[in-house]
Design a protein around this ligand. Sequence first.
Ligand code: 6PG
Length: 256
Amino acid sequence: MSANGNTHIFENIDALYAALEEQWQLVAHAAIADHGAFHVALAGGSTPRNFYKKLAQQSAIDESCWHKTHIYFGDERCVSQDHPDSNYRMAKETLLSVAPLLPGHVHAMFSADLSVEENVAQYDTLLHDTLPLDAKGCPVFDLVLLGMGEDGHTASLFPETDILHESEKPVAAQFVQKLNAWRMSLTFPAINAASHVAVLVAGGAKAKVLADIFSADSNATDNNTVVRYPVQQVDPTGQLDWYLDTAAAQLLNVQD
Ligand code: 6PG
């Protein structure tokens, strides 16, 4: 079995969440010790929803850690923050309205008061002003949480879209034809500059794509993996961890 990074397979979603919470705490404490803050980008969609709930309500994360935590978004639907599709709304319902985060430490990606272009420019400036920068001047997240769709998209980096080829900006917007909707997303430069990236994949519906990805990587010659899915371009200089449940991992050849 391959794919970049470390692969963790769990019997059920609660075990997956528990392991991810452990990593969240470890990364948060290390980041705070290193540079006085923990900068984390949340994934959208349904998989992380109950993780955020548990993190806010049941986790052992102490208040001092929350006070140094800055929350960002890996991607956002370009809708109002109270729209049912909004990732910000989902995060607010589960985590942001419960955890003792400090005012000014939650950084929504999209506001309906601004144009898409203005939102992108504003988030780009925010990331450059609040995050440490790497040698290339790219903002460095301490942790980026990602999901994966059944088409192998991650964040709002969908197959056959121009944003996949963004090589400099940390955030961009993309009209996604198949959704008939505008999205904003961190780009691969921002994701791959992160110190830690955790990809959460659960459910049998994603087993086929995962098997394609893991077999493509294990069959790669001279590091030229056949890239068929956007999530395969997640290759951070930092640590990459795949958090899978057994349903999503059912077609993987775990002996490899
Ligand atoms: C979004 C997400 C997206 C999501 C995948 C998986 O805004 O929808 O960021 O990339 O992570 O589509 O979604 P599920 O967790 O709902 O399967």
